[in-house]
Design a protein around this ligand. Structure first.
Ligand code: CNA
Length: 244
């Protein structure tokens, strides 16, 4: 094992209060592209940050759903990766206190993790922009969205919006996330470019004695602050630790 992996193992064995921040990179092995890496959604053409801005959604819901349909299909059929299962195991062992995820794919839930803050929301709920009614993912909503069609509220005919945080909207659970970061003796970031705020600012709230680890294929703006940085595939790194 490399020195960095040895150190990570040591931190994990000693930690009693681990908090993990996850980003799109933890789910690429499940077949869901991230946003910013070389094979990410932004490099595929046709999709950019505008599509995920709340103003665009309000003004062009049909265009949004047309582009989002195939991505939704990809996300909802994906299965948890080794890393998702690894985190669930650490929770079972009583070591992992909280996962703070930027992902909307629900894969931590699918893996069975209970302590998850989904700071950018999720796709298990749909909210009417007009009358504020909420729906779980019912068959008819699922079918429509997969076909690239706009789901409408059964009560008032308003546009249904997935319960996710678009650019230009407030994130969910930030206060709670900050509190968990402050109590961590080990803070790990898995698969995030650490450029999207406010999540990119969360590591700044860690205790000065906490260890800080970043596992991400590409460099991040916080690499210099971390005790361990490994620029490799997350699953391959975690498999070397042998917890599962
Ligand atoms: P990002 O900015 O796309 O960064 C992802 C990072 O992960 C990149 O730096 C990659 O180098 C790295 N990466 C990709 N695959 C791997 C791998 N197998 N092993 C190690 N590192 C890898 O994504 P962030 O999460 O930082 O940005 C936040 C956005 C992206 C949030 O708003 C998310 O909601 C949004 N997003 C979510 C999903 C999802 O739910 N799965 C998918 C795409 C985008």
């Amino acid at each position: 094992m490399s020195k960095q992996v040895d150190r990570l193992m040591d931190f994990l064995q000693k930690s009693r209060s681990l908090v993990v921040i996850t980003g799109a990179g933890i789910s690429t092995k499940a077949g869901i592209p991230d946003f910013r890496s070389s094979s990410g959604i932004y490099r595929q053409g046709g999709v950019n940050e505008t599509l995920f801005h709340i103003d665009y959604f309000r003004d062009h819901p049909d265009e949004f759903y047309k582009t989002f349909g195939p991505l939704y299909e990809q996300i909802t059929s994906a299965q948890p990766t080794y890393a998702h299962r690894f985190l669930k195991r650490l929770e079972e062992l009583g070591r992992l206190k909280m996962i703070i995820t930027q992902n909307i794919d629900g894969l931590h839930h699918k893996a069975g993790s209970a302590n998850v803050i989904e700071i950018h929301g999720h796709l298990r709920q749909w909210d009417c922009l007009s009358c504020r009614a909420s729906y779980g993912t019912e068959g008819w909503i699922d079918e429509k969205v997969k076909k690239g069609e706009t789901p409408l509220c059964q009560g008032c005919g308003g546009i249904l919006k997935p319960h996710v945080v678009f650019f230009g909207e407030y994130v969910m659970g930030l206060e709670k996330a900050m509190q968990f970061v402050q109590t961590a003796d080990l803070l790990m970031v898995l698969g995030s470019s650490l450029v999207v705020y406010p999540v990119a600012g969360l590591p700044g709230y860690r205790d000065e004695n906490a260890h800080f680890v970043i596992l991400n294929k590409e460099a991040t703006p916080l690499d210099d602050e971390a005790d361990v940085v490994i620029h490799e595939d997350i699953d391959e790194t975690l498999q070397k630790l042998g917890f599962l």
